[in-house]
Design a protein around this ligand. Structure first.
Ligand code: ATP
Ligand code: MG
Length: 335
């Protein structure tokens, strides 16, 4: 057994005009379920591409299962499975045929391959539909099949790039259960990327929050949330309010981490939230801002992201989901 499943050392990737990944140094232990959480374009897929040897780093380096991603690329490939953000299934074949094809690509002998196909089908509960053509699968079934295919060869490390993107919430929670089972029953180390905060929160033992190619925070979900503070007050103001002015009033009065969420919403991390609300409201009134609603909640990973970047992840989420859904649909129509 290796000490670290993955170790990166100031790994970076530059494209023509952008630095997609900037000096990322992380260590992931065997058996961890590690999350890379960040908005669109944060560099999640680029990092996964480098770790899975699809793309060389511009500088820095990484070891996966103690193999160098550049010098020992073929050993790295034998140690990993990858489920890509975009579907790579063959929609004209059945589920079982897709798995068989992958098993052959990895050179699994026929007896082991057959046994293993049944095992992975059982794990993702697709045995009943294994002989149906993939074109007839629902979105959730497609993702389950892709995940099954990703670990058919019993990899040490499995990379899942946005495993539940575009799926409805119920299907998403199902997929979460399969992912958990994988770490528990197969002991596989999983690195998943997501921009769903609930997903990272629910599944991952540790999370690296990535923004503009850089890790801005890395810890267990609860530790990240505790760092923000006890609670968060959210104020919804009338559209006419001077949000920037109000932000600076709060900052001057000791609410240093106040952030504007949208054009009429403010997030104010506090300790002892219930006692702070009257003071926060008085300050708003003193500037003439009228308040539509006030809420108090425990910090979420969205608050953590706000705390570190001054922006919300959620802003990009809805449009991205729609974008991917239409991309998958058009791909299916082409086949
Ligand atoms: N092959 C490429 N050539 C040029 N720029 C690229 C290339 N691949 C990625 N980028 C850029 O690098 C940045 C990071 O992209 P990446 O796909 O890694 O982000 P991501 O976090 O996976 O985003 P998403 O949530 O949309 O999947 C983006 O600005 C993107 O436009
Ligand atoms: Mg991506």
């Amino acid at each position: 057994m290796v000490l670290y499943a993955i170790q990166t050392n100031a790994i970076s990737k530059n494209f023509d005009r952008v630095t997609a990944v900037k000096n990322v140094t992380i260590s992931i232990k065997p058996g961890e379920l590690f999350g890379l959480l960040g908005p669109n374009g944060a560099g999640k897929t680029t990092l996964i591409n480098m770790l899975s040897t699809l793309m060389p780093p511009s500088s820095g380096g990484a070891r996966v299962w103690d193999f160098d991603v550049v010098k020992d690329a073929s050993f790295v490939r034998q140690s990993i499975g990858v489920v890509f953000q975009d579907s790579t299934l063959d929609y004209r074949l059945s589920g079982r045929e897709n798995l068989d094809l992958q098993g052959r690509l990895y050179g699994l002998d026929s007896r082991f391959r057959k046994k293993r196909i049944e095992e992975v089908l059982t794990l993702v509960e697709l045995t009943d539909r294994a002989d149906s053509v993939v074109r007839t699968y629902s979105g959730g079934m497609l993702r389950r099949l892709e995940i099954a295919r990703g670990f058919i060869h019993k990899p040490h490390v499995l990379f899942l790039d946005e495993p539940t993107l575009g799926l409805d919430p119920q299907t998403r929670t199902h997929i979460w259960e399969y992912i958990k089972t994988l770490t528990e029953e197969e002991g596989v180390t999983i690195v998943l990327t997501t921009h769903y905060m609930e997903e990272a929160d629910h599944l991952c033992s540790r999370i690296a929050i990535i923004d503009h190619g850089e890790i801005v925070a890395l810890d267990a979900p609860d530790a990240l949330k505790n760092e923000v503070g006890g609670e968060v007050i959210t104020l919804e103001l009338e559209d006419s309010a001077d949000i920037a002015g109000l932000c600076s009033v709060y900052k001057k009065n000791g609410y240093a981490k106040t952030v504007s969420l949208k054009k009429n919403e403010l997030s104010i991390p506090v300790n002892d939230g219930e006692r702070q609300i009257p003071h926060v409201l008085r300050l708003a009134s003193s500037t003439g801002a009228s308040i539509g609603s006030v809420s108090l909640h425990k910090p979420t990973l969205n608050d953590v992201f706000l705390h570190h970047t001054g922006r919300a992840i959620r802003d990009t989420e809805a449009s991205e989901t729609e974008h991917v859904r239409s991309r998958v649909q058009s791909k299916m129509r082409q086949q």
